[in-house]
Design a protein around this ligand. Structure first.
Ligand code: ADP
Ligand code: GN1
Ligand code: MG
Length: 362
């Protein structure tokens, strides 16, 4: 089997027993590897059309994980479980390129931990908020200038809007006519797209080292202690805004429906989950957020939801080339859930912005 040959190039001592497809990420191809004595690894084929510079991608991940490891040890934590461990190739490289030019990497599999695709217990979501806040807090001292900007303008929503308009104008798959309502929805929100970027430019929001992809299934929760222990999927760790990390987590986890639910009637913002996450996130940030950042957390949630919906729509218009799709119209379903969620946030905006509530949680 091809994957077994790939694994021969990594520093894995024991005999490989099985390799199975794993997880539900939209970007990389992930496999669970079991070796003799029941030790496990994660093997990933890196999506090189999204991450063409694998050298820089892995350099970021190595830098961030080594920094986190030191911080975790300093705080008396378990660095084997609380951050990712990259397994090097036999030549000492953090990834392997096969004869077809595919790039592969291996991580230690973190045992007895689950990544959820939907919130099952409020407490888990609260815990994931603590983990994301703590991730930002732990990286406070990390020299941001050392990080490569792996996907430039990743959360530059105004730029994402321009890309969307280009995709509409090109309409390469003749799909625009089918999504007139969704296109109109995006255009009606054009003004809001630049709010956070403008605040950053004016110095009103500080640049931090952020994860940038904080959806629930990128966080591992310990099955025994029920605590969120580790942030995974570090591909997009880059300088960014704290409100992006908060917002992206809300967009996914506080939605009462799955991200790709075809029935948008099921979509709504759970204020109970929103509140639980807010509390966890603020606790994890441990007093590091400025009052402006706290004030803009609800806007982060709305803009990240809008941006993600717009990205799904753009991908639909471009022929589903970015996000993995598993059925026809998959990206369109995803786009519609995001826009339905934005609408519900607009209905619940006053409750989301209840400043007294936010401050009382600090
Ligand atoms: P993608 O970029 O495609 O989202 P991820 O890096 O998030 O890929 O990995 C996909 C899934 O694999 C995760 O959601 C998680 O369930 C699982 N996973 C990834 N790395 C580990 C790890 N080190 N230990 C345990 N599970 C992992
Ligand atoms: C992708 O890799 P994954 O599945 O965790 C995407 C995120 C989106 C998310 C939507 C590198 O995340 O930006 O918010 O899908 N990652 C990348 O579910 O584009
Ligand atoms: Mg992921």
């Amino acid at each position: 089997m091809k994957q077994q040959e790939i694994l021969n190039h990594f520093r894995i001592e024991k005999e490989v027993l099985s390799v199975e497809k794993y997880g539900s990420g939209h970007i990389n191809q992930t496999f669970l590897v079991t070796v003799k004595e029941n030790k496990k690894y994660i093997l990933q084929k890196i999506n090189t059309s999204i991450f063409p510079n694998v050298e820089e991608l892995m350099e970021n991940i190595l830098q961030v994980t080594s920094f986190l490891r030191e911080e975790i040890v300093r705080e008396g934590g378990d660095s084997e479980r609380e951050t990712m461990t990259v397994i090097l190739t036999k030549e000492g490289n953090p990834y392997y390129t096969d004869e077809d030019g595919n790039a592969w990497r291996v991580y230690v599999f973190i045992e007895e931990a689950i990544s959820y695709n939907q919130v099952e217990r409020k407490e888990d979501f609260y815990q994931s908020g603590v983990a994301v806040g703590r991730f930002q807090a732990l990286l406070t001292g990390f020299p941001a200038e050392k990080l490569h900007e792996i996907i430039p303008d990743f959360h530059n929503t105004a730029k994402r809007y321009q890309d969307f308009e280009k995709a509409v104008a090109k309409d390469c798959c003749q799909r625009a006519a089918k999504v007139e309502a969704e296109i109109a929805f995006v255009r009606a929100h054009k003004e809001e797209m630049s709010i956070l970027g403008e605040m950053f430019k004016k110095g009103e929001l500080p640049l931090r080292v952020t994860h940038n992809d904080t959806k629930l299934n990128n966080i591992l929760i310990d099955v025994n202690t029920k605590k969120a222990i580790c942030m995974i999927d570090l591909d997009t760790v880059m300088p960014g805004l704290s409100v992006y990390d908060f917002g992206d987590a809300i967009r996914f986890g506080a939605n009462t429906a799955a991200e790709d639910e075809p029935d948008t009637e099921k979509v709504s913002l759970s204020l109970e989950l929103y509140q639980a996450y807010l509390q966890g996130f603020l606790e994890g940030c441990d007093g590091r957020l400025t009052s402006k950042e706290m004030e803009m957390l609800p806007m982060g949630a709305k803009i990240m939801t809008l941006e993600c919906g717009m990205r799904f729509l753009t991908d639909y218009l471009q022929g589903d080339t970015y996000f993995k799709v598993h059925r026809e119209g998959h990206n369109l379903d995803r786009c519609r859930t995001q826009f339905a969620l934005v609408e519900d946030m607009e209905r619940k905006w006053n409750q989301m912005c209840d400043v007294d509530n936010i401050i009382s949680l600090c």
